[in-house]
Design a protein around this ligand. Structure first.
Ligand SMILES: [Cu+2]
Length: 282
């Protein structure tokens, strides 16, 4: 049963049930993490479409193979046909794959366009990859660059919602339902800024400014990792984002512009309040 659930999860691309924390990997979970942006929702839909087409093709080819193996084996069909051409069948097996590719191409290009074109941005964040941590800057908000380092194993506080290898000391904070433009670059080698729940994965390249966007539609804490082999501590430069209501973001931004440590304390207190309400409502 567990195996069937897993297969179904892979097929539909939905994360397995009982994901306690949508924004982080969960033990025994399989499939794609919950989509919280329009882009990621489209990615999951596209995945399901392509997976359905693939499944239909596999079933058809398997059935044809089995049919030929049984119907035309030496015992059932001792005198083979000498035909080598059939124009109609040749046209069909050329045209049908072309049509299938067109059916895949249309939503694929639509998705590429959705990811590529940044809508009117309400907030701009610059992320810089370093060996081996991320730097973030909210220039419009007067928040100068701060660094986001992984919390070492011995300091992880699971009760405070921290995850080994994923939690950072100074997380990113963004408001919910806001178009965020993300400018990504690197200072030393190529890194890659990736957030599975947002459908974002973009290379951070020294001397170049890459641009992408996201609009998080669910509050929560989301985790990602550097996704380009960048050296010795590549696995230890995680990305942590807190998606919070606009008023919480505003007060965080005002505090962080003055004192980034006070901002961090503020957001940690807010999240512990959220955890308590969640526990109380169970
Ligand atoms: Cu890296």
């Amino acid at each position: 049963m567990r195996f069937l659930t897993a297969l179904l999860a892979i097929w539909t691309g939905l994360a397995a049930a009982s994901a306690a924390q949508a924004g982080s990997p969960t033990p025994d979970a399989i499939g794609i993490r919950e989509a919280v942006t329009p882009v990621m929702e489209s990615v999951v839909d596209f995945h399901t479409l392509v997976m359905s087409i693939i499944s239909a093709i596999v079933i058809l080819v398997m059935a044809l193979l089995l049919y030929v193996m049984i119907r035309y084996n030496h015992r059932n069909n001792p005198t083979p046909s000498r035909n080598s051409h059939n124009t109609l069948i040749e046209i069909i097996w050329t045209a049908v794959p072309v049509l299938i590719l067109v059916v895949i191409a249309i939503p694929s290009f639509r998705l590429l366009y959705l990811q590529d074109v940044v809508p009117e941005a309400e907030l701009t964040i610059k992320a810089t990859g370093y060996q081996w941590y991320w730097g973030y800057e909210y220039a419009d908000m007067g928040i100068g660059e701060f660094y986001s380092n992984m919390i070492p194993d011995e300091e992880i506080d699971a009760a405070a919602g921290q995850y080994r290898l994923l939690s950072t000391d100074y997380p990113l904070v963004v408001p919910i339902d806001t178009n965020v433009r993300l400018n990504v670059t690197a200072a030393d080698v190529i890194h890659s800024w990736a957030m599975p729940n947002f459908g974002v994965k973009i290379d951070a390249i020294p001397g170049r400014l890459n641009e992408t966007w996201f609009r998080a539609e669910q509050p929560g804490v989301y985790f990602g990792q550097c996704s380009e082999l960048c050296g010795l501590r590549h696995a230890y430069m995680p990305i942590e984002i807190h998606v919070v209501p606009q008023d919480v973001f505003d007060s965080w931004a005002a505090t962080a512009a003055e004192d980034i440590d006070a901002g961090r304390t503020m957001i940690a207190e807010y999240q512990s309040g959220v955890r308590e309400t969640r526990l109380a409502s169970r």
